[in-house]
Ligand binder design. Structure first.
Ligand code: ASP
Length: 333
């Protein structure tokens, strides 16, 4: 009897625990609202489907109580080093002069920042960005200066233009029409944000930018506040899509500031997209030509995502596993 009573008691406690653990609260768009006080950590989010293997590498760091900063660097290095990912790092599509120029930035829980833009010949620009953050008095190096710094730091100079990208570029040269498409076809960035078991946030963002851009063009991805922003008191956000539009609204800083004002990560992403929509109308441009996607994470481990038009997805890895999620979007017709 006593045993049965204990069993019932234990079972009751266990089911409360299961109920709490399993509690998913209400959902808002892509977002899960947790009961107040509960923090979902660790968790890592990253843009597009290459986020799945990238998250797996980040999770290896996070599950071993590692720092979110180390997790995001390890994570984004996966697509950077993959020649078959044609929009990030090695294998990235070139600019209109046939040069692969890379942009990346990183930000940690202490608001340390590092960034490189228009960097050539280095496979892992995110690690150069981290070296800028940790080993220089500056926060951003560009072009030849960034390359010189990378070589001084011992990074290897390599040809990043793979055969497939070179072939496509030569084909493109026949018409030289510059129309960046809305989704994955000729551009894509990996932006990754993570909350570690210590409750600290960090983020990383890296890309080869828009294919066939003008030489020297820099997008949002290496610009702190545009393509990435982290505030360890509030949350983190990262972006993908047409960088010019993200820079116009200082997108990720805006998302984080909206969270500071009390918006959920989902609502913050939606409001940032709404701002892009409004400015596109004011500027008399066609929204159908624009894609921007934001993902955001707050200190409680709640997340959200939103984009201008359908087709953007992101990967989320938490204790429930590594999943690819379609982001909700503004332009429904
Ligand atoms: N945001 C990147 C850029 O404008 C490109 C992308 O995410 O697809 O360079």
């Amino acid at each position: 009897m006593a045993n049965r009573r204990n069993f019932l008691k234990t079972t009751a406690i266990a089911s409360v625990a299961v109920a709490l653990n399993g509690f998913r609260g209400k959902t808002e768009g892509n977002e899960v609202i947790l009961p107040s006080g509960k923090v979902k950590k660790p968790i890592v989010l990253s843009t597009w489907n290459f986020g799945i293997p990238a998250n797996a590498a980040a999770w290896d760091v996070l599950k071993n109580n590692g720092r979110a900063l180390d997790a995001v660097e390890a994570g984004v290095k996966i697509p950077e080093g993959d020649p078959n990912e044609r929009s990030v790092g090695y294998g990235g599509r070139p600019d209109r002069d046939g040069r692969v120029t890379l942009d990346a930035c990183i930000m940690d829980e202490f608001s340390n920042i590092g960034s490189v833009a228009c960097l050539e010949y280095i496979k892992h620009p995110i690690s150069v960005a981290r070296a800028v953050m940790e080993k220089t008095p500056h926060v951003m190096l560009v072009g030849d200066g960034a390359l010189q710094f990378a070589l001084n730091q011992g990074f290897k100079k390599e040809n990043l233009l793979v055969e497939a990208s070179e072939k496509e570029w030569k084909e493109w040269l026949k018409t030289s029409q510059y129309h960046p498409k809305a989704n994955i076809e000729n551009h894509d960035t990996i932006g990754m944000i993570a909350l570690d078991v210590h409750g600290n946030l960090s983020g990383a963002c890296t890309t080869s930018g828009l294919a066939y851009k003008m030489h020297g063009r820099v997008g949002d991805s290496p610009i702190i506040g545009a393509g990435l922003y982290v505030d360890n008191e509030i949350g983190a956000a990262t972006a993908t899509g047409h960088g010019e539009e993200v820079i116009r609204i200082t997108g990720c800083h805006l998302v984080v500031e909206l969270m500071r004002q009390g918006r959920s990560p989902q609502k913050a992403c939606e409001e940032a997209v709404a701002r892009i929509v409004k400015l596109t109308k004011i500027r008399n441009k066609n929204l159908k030509d624009i894609q921007v996607g934001f993902i955001a994470l707050n200190k409680k481990g709640e997340h959200g995502a939103y984009c201008v038009q359908g087709g953007f997805n992101y990967a989320k890895y938490d204790e429930t596993g590594n999943k690819l999620i379609d982001a909700d979007y503004f332009l429904k017709s």
